[in-house]
Design a protein around this ligand. Structure first.
Ligand code: SIN
Length: 194
C-alpha cells in the first residue's frame, strides 16, 4: 500500500445521489472537528479497539521521526465509543487529505445511545500500510510520544486532548488512559530534573 492513501480512498465508495454520509471519529476526529457537519452524535462501533500503533509522518511527527497516533484493531466482543458526524459528501475531500497517511475508509454500523443504528464510514490504518509501527508496551509508546512533534503540534497533545474528550463521552479506554498517565509521569520527571 502506498504511503499516501488519498487517491485510494477517492475510489472506495460512491457518494452519487447521497445528500449526507455518516463518518465515525475515534481519535483526533473526536476533539478536532475542522470540517462542517450537519449533526454530530456520540456513537459506538463494535469489535474494534483503539491502539497507538500507527505512525504519523504528517501531523504528530515527520517522515524522519514519525509520531504515534491511533488506529483501530479488531477485537471480537469489544466496543469503541467515539463521535459520529453526518456530513455532506464533499467533506470527504478534506477528510481524505487529513487521513492520507495510511488510513482507508471502511464501512461499519454505528450504534447510538438511544438504540438506533446507521451505517457509515470510519478511517482505519491496517498493518499493511507504509506508516504502520505496530505494538509496543504502553510505557515505550508514551516515551515515543513524549519525544515526537509534527506540523499539527506535539504528539502528547493528541493523547491529552483525546483523553479529555473520552472522559466527556464517559468512555473508559484503558490503553489511552495508561499512556496518558505515563506521559504525566514523564512530564513530572522532566520538570524535576535540574
Ligand atoms: C479518527 O479520529 O477517527 C481517525 C484517526 C485520527 O485521525 O486520529
Amino acid at each position: 500500500m502506498p504511503h499516501d492513501t488519498q487517491s485510494m480512498n477517492q475510489t472506495r465508495q460512491s457518494f452519487t445521489g447521497l445528500d449526507s454520509v455518516w463518518v465515525f471519529g475515534y481519535g483526533s476526529l473526536i476533539f478536532k472537528a475542522d470540517f462542517p457537519f450537519i449533526e454530530r452524535r456520540p456513537a459506538r462501533i463494535d469489535h474494534w479497539q483503539r491502539r497507538f500503533w500507527q505512525g504519523s509522518h504528517d501531523h504528530r511527527g515527520t517522515p524522519d521521526a514519525p509520531g504515534r497516533v491511533l488506529t483501530l484493531v479488531e477485537v471480537l466482543g469489544s466496543s469503541c465509543k467515539g463521535m459520529a458526524y453526518r456530513v455532506h459528501p464533499d467533506v470527504f475531500a478534506h477528510l481524505d487529505h487529513r487521513e492520507k497517511n495510511g488510513y482507508l475508509r471502511f464501512e461499519a454500523p454505528f450504534h447510538f445511545d438511544d438504540g438506533s443504528e446507521v451505517n457509515g464510514l470510519v478511517y482505519i490504518a491496517s498493518d499493511d500500510n507504509a506508516a504502520w509501527l505496530g505494538p509496543a508496551s504502553e510505557w515505550d509508546i508514551a516515551q515515543h510520544i513524549a519525544a515526537s512533534e509534527g506540523p499539527s503540534g506535539p504528539n502528547d497533545e493528541y493523547v491529552l486532548r483525546l483523553a479529555h474528550a473520552l472522559r466527556e463521552l464517559d468512555e473508559v479506554d484503558a490503553h489511552v488512559f495508561a499512556i496518558e498517565s505515563h506521559l504525566q509521569q514523564l512530564k513530572l520527571a522532566n520538570a524535576q530534573t535540574p
